[in-house]
Design a binder for this molecule. Structure first.
Ligand code: WQD
Length: 360
């Protein structure tokens, strides 16, 4: 929050004057980030094509915060639509979540993933440049690290050895943003590399709502816990880990959303119209949990043993992945607060309250 002194009265330049464009803002991480931004006083404008999300999520964001969300339904691939949005609103910052994100699906539909995630981003960048909006926070992923040689993973680890088209779109976009920054340092760009986002807002009103059968572990476990599926499929128990199952750095989606607010505040503080910034941060907890750890924690929360079957490994899965979070702590003043019990408790509440997601 910046303060402008007029000599007579102190005018507090509230965040309300700061308009944030959130692409994909009706999605899992986008909707939770909208809540945190609204509660910090920012004005949130969402663009979403609702292909993998629901407008109901935005209604619930308004219910949680008691504040308005401006929403434009449309695709980033529709340049005319996006130009109209930029002609209607004055944006100060853009947080870019919009994109397809299922690893398995991306291997089956690479062209759709490149078209949606890359071309959609190109249109967004062109329109941002035309309207001189050059402050961008990008939703990247720890997938860009591929299989790390050592752990924990720091931001200077090698990237690009990715095993699927989804992860490659994230890697390609990181490189494209870097090239744009190197060519024009009026750009301010922050890349946030998410580890494994799970959980839901404590109200149980918004949460992870994957279409069809969930690719990811937690939404699948949650559906087993409420009886939608009979058992959890464990993809391999012969990994190089203490109990043989895959280890990941699960982070509460609200912690992740707060990381975006901190990144925005960092950009506001560091922004210098002459030479912009290009920063990269891991957003994780720094703690790795195995599939069995998750099953144990979730069983405790739902009060019953959850059935599972060990199956073959899933192509492209790695043994272990967890973050070194030092840089985000030191430079953003951000650290994840919620533990695994809270992540599972909030996931379970969302699932029980919304067995069919946002469908009434
Ligand atoms: C976690 C662990 C599986 C499902 C991916 C993307 C990443 C991010 C999160 C978007 C692994 C095991 C899983 C199941 C299982 N997505 N598993 N049974 O693959 O680490 O990361 O999703 O941003 O970018 O790469 O997450 O939840 O799919 O798997 O045993 O039904 O659970 O083998 O060890 P992953 P995940």
């Amino acid at each position: 929050m910046s303060v402008v002194c007029t000599g007579i009265i102190m005018i507090q330049k509230s965040n309300l004057e700061k308009n944030i464009l959130i692409t994909g803002g009706a999605g899992f991480i986008g909707s939770h980030t909208c809540v945190e931004l609204l509660q910090k006083g920012y004005h949130v404008i969402v663009v979403d094509n609702l292909v993998n999300s629901s407008a109901e999520a935005l209604k619930r964001v308004e219910e949680i915060t008691g504040k308005k969300v401006t929403f434009y339904k449309g695709s980033l691939l529709d340049k005319e639509f996006l130009e109209n949005v930029f002609q209607s609103e004055l944006f100060h910052y853009v947080i870019h979540f919009a994109g397809l994100k299922a690893v398995g699906e991306s291997a089956l539909k690479p062209l759709e993933y490149y078209q949606n995630n890359l071309t959609g981003s190109f249109v967004l960048l062109e329109v941002m440049r035309k309207y001189k909006v050059k402050n961008l926070i990008f939703s990247s992923s720890a997938t860009v690290y591929g299989k790390p040689n050592t752990l924990p993973i720091t931001e200077d680890f090698p990237v690009g050895c990715v095993t699927n088209p989804y992860g490659r779109t994230k890697f390609f976009l990181e490189e494209i943003f870097r090239d744009i920054y190197n060519a024009d340092q009026e750009w301010n760009i922050i890349l946030l590399r998410y580890f494994n986002p799970i959980g839901a807002h404590e109200s149980g009103l918004i949460g992870e709502n994957p279409n069809g059968i969930p690719n990811n572990l937690l939404p699948y476990v949650a559906r087993v816990a409420v009886g939608t599926y009979p058992y959890i499929r464990i993809y391999g128990n012969n990994y190089n880990t203490p109990d043989g199952t895959g280890v990941r750095d699960y982070i509460h989606v609200v912690d992740l959303a707060k990381g975006h607010v901190k990144a925005l505040e960092k950009m506001e503080k560091d922004v210098d119209s002459r030479n912009g910034i290009m920063r990269i941060y891991n957003l994780g907890t720094g703690i790795g949990y195995s599939v069995f750890d998750i099953i144990r924690a979730f069983s405790k929360i739902c009060g019953r043993r959850l059935p599972y079957r060990v199956e073959e490994r899933r192509a492209g899965d790695i043994d272990v992945c967890y973050a070194d979070t030092t840089k985000a702590q030191q430079e953003l003043g951000w650290k994840a607060e919620f533990d695994l019990e809270r992540m599972c408790k909030d996931t379970y509440r969302w699932q029980v309250m919304n067995p069919n997601g946002y469908v009434k």
